[in-house]
Design a protein around this ligand. Structure first.
Ligand code: NAP
Length: 299
């Protein structure tokens, strides 16, 4: 049976260490601030934003939250971002995605001051990551990297297959893992919907990361004994309960658990790490913008 990697436990440990970093900033008169902006009435997006705000509160980050109606003109959002860029009490800005269709998502990412871009999606920060000089690592890929470290699954010298090539998970994760740096040095294969035979790739892998958004995409037939499997997927699948659905990953957990060396559950795997790494980036942003040097967890 696989070792189940507990993302809640690792996330809480990082948050506790971050609390100490926040205290050191506070000794220098600095309170890190994170502004979240929601332009949506989607229930899942509302839940994600409130979880992020609650986590900020727990470790002493000041949270600021703004809502813009999904039918409002795009300029409402661009103007709000402009104000937050100028606000010295705000060190990090997070616009919850997706934004409505009439708002150009790429323009939103470019509008955020790169120094306040704690999601790490501004082209300047993407470029720095690819060039091997990351400022803010995107939260979910960074969380996966930290989970691998916590599970003693150093990717160095290993064959890693990432299933998914989105700009927020698959591509930045592949970039992180291939870097000549701690937590990197892997040989990475990226699969996607046009990959011919995904199982042929995953069967050769030491580490498989599933980030496709397809329930039960990865089953036990697709991995060999000893593989570490990280499940990024969060999918709503029909269930006979009050809500009518439950959350499932991209991996057939019960099947793969029998064979893998280690595996993350959904929920309780990558999700809590995404939030922990958002807090990490916000604390780092405050330290960079205020010129107060502090040690961050795992540095
Ligand atoms: P996305 O933008 O929809 O990208 C999905 C990627 O998977 C695409 O590259 C797509 O290929 C590929 N794909 C789709 N179906 C496939 C299939 N049958 N076989 C192989 N590849 C396939 O999704 P995302 O934003 O990256 O998110 C992926 C999953 O992670 C979702 O379930 C999302 O909810 C979850 N997520 C979780 C967290 C967390 O904190 N836990 C954070 C972010 C995302 P093409 O490029 O060819 O279309």
């Amino acid at each position: 049976m696989a070792h189940v990697i507990d993302g809640n436990e690792v996330g809480v440990r990082i948050q506790n260490e971050l609390s100490a970093s926040v205290e050191r900033l506070s000794d220098s008169g600095v309170t890190p601030g994170l502004a979240t902006v929601l332009m949506s009435d989607d229930g899942a997006s509302e839940t994600y934003v409130s979880m992020k705000q609650r986590a900020c509160e727990q470790i002493g980050i000041e949270g600021y939250h703004y809502e813009i109606g999904p039918d409002e003109p795009a300029d409402e959002l661009f103007d709000r971002i402009g104000e937050l860029n100028e606000d010295p009490s705000v060190h990090g800005i997070l616009v919850q995605m997706p934004v409505p269709d009439h708002v150009d998502e790429q323009r939103v990412l470019r509008r955020i001051d790169p120094l306040k871009d704690v999601d790490g999606f501004h082209p300047e920060n993407v470029g720095r990551l690819v060039a091997g000089d990351p400022r803010y690592k995107p939260c979910t890929p960074h969380g996966v990297q930290r989970l691998l470290a916590a599970a003693d699954a150093d990717p160095a010298g290993k064959d890693v297959v990432v299933v998914g090539r989105s700009n927020i998970v698959g591509k930045p994760l592949a970039n992180l893992l291939v870097q000549k740096a701690d937590g990197g040095n892997a040989t990475v294969t990226v699969c996607h919907s046009r990959t011919d035979d995904i199982a042929a790739k995953t069967l050769e892998a030491d580490i498989v990361v599933a980030a496709a958004g397809v329930p039960e995409l990865i089953d036990a037939e697709m991995i060999t004994d000893g593989t570490t499997v990280i499940d990024v997927g969060v999918n709503r699948v029909d269930a006979d309960n009050e809500k009518g659905y439950e959350l499932a990953g991209d991996v057939d957990f019960e099947d793969v658990e029998e064979k893998a060396e280690a595996i993350t559950p959904v929920p309780g795997g990558v999700g809590p790490m995404t939030i922990a790494m958002l807090l990490y980036n916000t604390v780092k942003a405050a330290s960079l913008q205020e010129g107060v040097a502090i040690e961050l967890p795992g540095q």
